[in-house]
Design a protein around this ligand. Structure first.
Ligand code: ZN
Length: 94
């Protein structure tokens, strides 16, 4: 665990854009969220709606990018229905 990296993770949700995806035959604009490496196994980002970090495994494709079910506990979260697409902060991949 690199605590140095952890301090670089901003305490806000960074939405990079939206991508259209079909879920259950319905088209949704799914947010692309900047994620950060937080340890050898997980990426994370701070959720503005739950006011906490959401952690996702990196085993998916090594870096953790891709569509994920949301980890939001609040049904009011705009991510709740669609999930989100994680995109790793490029500065951390070098
Ligand atoms: Zn959340």
């Amino acid at each position: 665990m690199n605590t140095q990296l952890n301090q670089l993770i901003p305490k806000k949700t960074i939405i990079l854009g939206f991508e259209k995806h079909y879920l259950k035959n319905k088209c949704y604009n799914i947010p692309i969220i900047q994620s950060f490496i937080c340890n050898d196994f997980q990426v994370c980002f701070y959720c503005n709606f739950c006011l906490r970090f959401h952690y996702h495994g990196r085993s998916y494709n090594g870096i953790g990018d891709g569509h994920r079910s949301c980890h939001c506990a609040l049904q009011e979260s705009p991510f709740y229905q669609t999930g989100y697409i994680l995109k790793l902060n490029q500065e951390q991949t070098q």
